[in-house]
Design a protein around this ligand. Structure first.
Ligand code: SF4
Length: 502
């Protein structure tokens, strides 16, 4: 059969200023599982077409029009594009299948457009799909936890098509790897909150690292594990098997609590860990994974600053992730504490996020029960800089002012100077400049939303949950982003079918 696999990383860019970022950063978000599916389909002797879409060009031309089966992976905010493609290919009698984060969060909505929705996937499940073993309009999942993924060598054709540029590696290239699935923590906003931590066999990781060292020397690797928290020592032991002169710089997500031991930090430095993303989330919660014990609020800041200082002696690029506007956030404290943290740690990139209530999370269930979700807000808006829920302790306008205050502080001229002075590495400086400029590009969008709120009573009424009628300004944003795809999707297609709560 002719099988197409597309990994949707972004909606089409709506302004040229977004394009460089798509090439430098978004392109590198390519997921491992669509590449694995491509390998499995090839091993099952099908003709495979693989593509990623990172917001540049015409997404409907990424794959041939005459496919027998189409696999789509999509983030929630890119789901309008996924749905448009499903409708387009359904007209050609293609069997359409969706997996990935959006399918996991909102399977019922996906079933409106796709024949099959996949929760967890493995080679056996892909073989069954290709054998037409499932009834259409079904949610399916593999019967065993993932244990076996194709090697980097097997994925090379698809790596060339995704994280390379015109088939060649370039400075932004990063190779996705996986050492584990799931996470030992259960943060209420995260789609991995209830997936048990499971390490994958280490022999394959070693094979991949040796292949990369030999054939792609110097290219960065990125672990797509949700959180390497408890797997550090196992993974470090494998990384240490590669001769020190051949090790690739690597990127990981982890928790502060698992990065306290200096011995482990030394091993991280020696194995060339170059970027760690750490979830702090809120100053009033999630203290266990931050290793902050019972400390809360402003009292937690010095402890976290101290931990990052120690970490910065061993790892060149650090990122702290925050989710501002969770129910424990109230008043000025979270803003002041986060700004204080930013000022004291210019060597850490602060990623401040707006909470997104993804389906199948405790946060979604609670906010749905409390009537705090904007029910008619299309999934496109489940991304920065949009707000799709009613914050518990802030009026929407007040909340947005605070988000702007945080982002403006993070990207101020003074913070940029301090960031550039905090390192002598050109790559760290370059990345900080790119990310600062990217947020500065988004800031006018935030300010525009605030203006809309001030000017348009309907806009404010919608965001206070007083009406379900989508404001005209949101309609315009959506239509501009969809471009030609808007002819494929009706208003009701774009109105989410949110799961009921029990
Ligand atoms: S620690 Fe990270 S991956 Fe784990 S549940 Fe929390 S947010 Fe999700």
């Amino acid at each position: 059969m002719r099988v197409g696999i597309i990994d949707l990383l972004s909606m089409p860019a709506s302004h040229w200023v977004e394009v460089p970022y798509r090439f430098l950063m978004t392109k590198q978000y390519a997921s491992l599982m669509p590449q694995a599916i491509a390998v499995w389909c090839r091993q099952l002797v099908h003709e495979v077409f693989y593509a990623t879409y990172y917001g540049y060009g015409d997404p409907t031309e990424a794959l041939p029009p005459d496919l027998d089966v189409l696999f789509v992976s999509s983030f929630t905010h890119v789901s309008p594009l996924a749905y448009a493609l499903a409708k387009l290919y359904a007209k050609a009698n293609t069997l359409t299948v969706i997996g990935g984060p959006h399918a996991k969060a909102f399977p019922d909505d996906c079933l409106r457009f796709f024949d099959l929705v996949v929760k967890e996937c493995d080679k056996e499940l892909v073989a069954d799909i290709l054998a037409h073993s499932f009834d259409k309009k079904t949610l399916i999942s593999s019967s065993h936890p993932l244990q076996d993924i194709p090697t980097v060598e097997e994925r090379m054709p698809y790596l060339r098509q995704s994280v390379f540029l015109r088939g060649r590696r370039y400075p932004a290239t990063t190779i996705p790897l996986l050492a584990s699935t799931g996470c030992p923590y259960s943060c209420d906003f995260c789609i991995d909150w209830n997936s048990a931590y499971r390490p994958l066999p280490t022999d394959q990781l070693e094979t991949d690292l040796r292949y990369i060292a030999k054939h792609l020397p110097g290219v960065r690797i990125t672990f797509h594990d949700p959180n390497l928290a408890t797997g550090w020592d196992t993974v470090l032991a494998v990384l240490e098997k590669i001769p020190s002169g051949s090790r690739s710089p690597c990127i990981v997500e982890s928790s502060l609590a698992s990065l306290k031991k200096e011995e482990r930090l030394r091993r991280l430095r020696d194995t060339r860990c170059s970027f760690i993303g750490v979830g702090i989330e809120s100053w009033r919660g999630y203290s266990g994974k931050a290793g902050a014990g019972s400390l809360q609020g402003a009292a937690k800041v010095p402890r976290v600053v101290e931990e990052f200082r120690l970490l910065s002696e061993y790892v060149p690029y650090l990122q702290a992730n925050f989710v501002f506007g969770l129910d424990m956030d109230e008043g000025e404290e979270p803003v002041e504490a986060t700004k204080e943290f930013m000022s004291q740690t210019p060597f850490v990139w602060p990623a401040v996020n707006i909470p997104q209530p993804f389906g199948n999370t405790p946060l979604f269930t609670q906010w749905r029960k409390e009537g705090r979700l904007l029910k008619t807000m299309p999934f496109y808006f489940y991304q920065m800089p949009y707000l799709v829920s009613l914050p518990k302790h802030y009026d929407p306008m007040e909340y947005y002012e605070k988000v702007i205050e945080l982002q403006a502080h993070a990207t101020s001229g003074e913070m940029l100077r301090k960031r550039l002075a905090s390192t002598r590495r050109w790559d760290v400086r370059a990345l900080n400049i790119i990310r600062t400029l990217n947020i500065r590009n988004i800031l006018p969008f935030f300010r525009k939303r605030l203006e809309d709120w001030r000017r348009d009573p309907q806009f404010l009424a919608f965001h206070r949950g007083e009406t379900d009628v989508l404001p005209a300004a949101h309609e315009r944003i959506l239509q501009r982003s969809l471009g030609n795809l808007s002819t494929l999707l009706s208003r009701s297609d774009l109105t989410p079918l949110l799961p009921a709560c029990g």
